[in-house]
Design a protein around this ligand. Structure first.
Ligand code: NAD
Length: 436
């Protein structure tokens, strides 16, 4: 099939590369000329396991091309994916500017019957807006569909190749048969393609992210209660997670959820709820709890550093919002670092892959350490923000020896409190009693 993917970010690039891998002829288009030039040379703008190899192979074999010219590719495409960003607007609602700009380009250039898919996360009613936009320009039939993407950054290729399910909001037989054929290679093991109406497909994506965010905020609040009542959130987590009705994933407490999706999608869902006079009280509380949680690590550092971080040096392990990605968007590390800098602390940070991206956001306001051990050298405290595997079993003696004061604030519960105390650390984690 001839496919055009507009937007080559975390989603568009993965979608394009994976569809090329199954034999389709794919053009990935972006308005960012530098990004396209780099991609043509197999230089990826993001870190995503397995993606570089996929891009290189499919580009070499001629199935995957990169272009700034979505107009030309739209003329020959049978299927167009809109995979551009939908950042939060000032009121929290999804900003559809990029989606509608891309739709306009497509509409002006369609030359054959085409299926146009919103892959971006968009609020209910967006397909109608895209459809209206296409109708203003197109002289050939088109079919607008919603196909929300559920990939996880850090495992995006794997998730797209072997999805738990594919959600397709389609309202014509033509679109249904084209998309069933396109997705058939990805659901060979019997995973379902869930066909549904477009509004339900659009809402499903927000519902899924809000549900996952709910589990995280729920456990974060419970962790704070555990601390007050002398319980251990790890035990509580294992106790509730082993109930088959609940399941064990997304129950780890931490420094608050971040990333490009949960915070934005929770706010956008609340905006949709507000527009429709249907209060989503649970979702509103999820957001509030997360805003609070993002300050827990800072508060703990201040308390451990005798009430004032001014003039101290704090080492931060982990900048990305989660491991296996370099995505810094809404990372809890940013909240922590901004608070530390505002209070007059020096920050020296390490991350295995996110430091280049971090530099774009934080510039030279912090120091970037080449290794995790360099970061702790002479620091008054260590804050562990991202649960990268390489932070799980450090040489504790070396860390202890390098720190000026042996304070560790662990936002991911990576270490055992009793062991840390025995090693001579003053150790703080989330929801676990000291000595536990
Ligand atoms: P991103 O910001 O990484 O990439 C978006 C790309 O679109 C950028 O490269 C930008 O230059 C390009 N773009 C913007 N306007 C354009 C236009 N008119 N024509 C061509 N290109 C244009 O975004 P992302 O993380 O890939 O997310 C894209 C969408 O997918 C969002 O709606 C997001 O909510 C959703 N989503 C993201 C994830 C994720 O894990 N990142 C997962 C599921 C869904």
């Amino acid at each position: 099939m001839q496919i055009l993917v507009i937007g080559t970010g975390y989603v568009g690039l993965v979608v394009g590369a994976c569809l090329a891998e199954t034999g389709n002829d794919v053009v990935c288009a972006d308005i960012d000329a530098q990004k396209i030039a780099d991609l043509q040379n197999n230089i990826l703008p993001i870190y995503e396991p397995g993606l570089e190899e996929l891009v290189r192979r499919n580009q070499e074999q001629g199935r995957l091309r990169f272009s700034t010219d979505s107009a030309t590719a739209a003329a020959t495409a049978e299927v167009v994916f809109l995979a551009v960003g939908t950042p939060p607007g000032e009121d929290g609602s999804a900003d559809l500017r990029h989606v509608l700009a891309a739709a306009e380009t497509v509409g002006k250039n369609l030359r054959r019957e085409t299926v146009v898919i919103t892959k971006s996360t968009v609020p209910v009613g967006t397909a109608k807006k895209v459809s209206d936009c296409l109708a203003r320009h197109a002289r050939v039939p088109f079919h607008v569909c919603s196909n929300p993407e559920f990939l996880k950054e850090g495992a995006a290729v794997e998730d797209f190749m072997r999805p738990d399910r594919v959600v397709l909001g389609v309202e014509t037989d033509f679109a249904r048969s084209v998309l069933a054929e396109l997705y058939a290679p990805f659901v060979r093991t019997g995973k379902p393609i869930l066909f549904m109406d477009i509004a339900s497909a659009e809402l499903t994506k927000y519902a899924a992210n809000a549900m996952l965010a709910t589990r995280i905020s729920f456990m974060n609040e419970l962790a704070l209660l555990c601390e007050r009542v002398g319980a251990d959130v790890d035990n509580v987590r294992r106790g509730v997670g082993s109930d088959a009705r609940i399941g064990s994933s997304f129950l780890f407490p931490g420094p608050g959820y971040g990333g490009s999706c949960f915070p934005k999608d929770v706010k956008a869902l609340l905006a949709t709820a507000g527009d429709n006079d249907v209060p989503l009280r649970v979702v509103a509380a999820v957001h509030q709890a997360n805003e609070r949680q993002k300050h827990v690590m800072y508060d703990r550092l201040v308390a451990a550093l005798d009430g004032d971080v001014k003039g101290t040096r704090v080492a931060v392990w982990g900048l990305a919002f989660k491991p296996q990605t370099d995505d810094m968007r809404e990372s809890p590390a940013l909240t922590l670092i901004e608070a530390l800098l505002a209070a007059g602390a020096d920050v020296v940070a390490h991350d295995p892959v996110a430091m280049t991206h971090a530099q774009k956001v934080l510039g030279d306001r912090i120091t970037y350490a080449a290794t995790s051990y360099d970061a702790v050298e002479g620091a008054d405290a260590l804050a562990v923000v991202t649960d990268w595997n390489e932070y799980r079993h450090p040489d504790f003696e070396r860390v202890r020896g390098a720190l000026a004061r042996p304070i560790v604030v662990d936002g991911r519960n990576l270490y055992q409190p009793r062991k840390m105390e025995a090693l001579g650390f003053e150790y703080h984690s989330i929801g676990r009693p000291l000595g536990g």
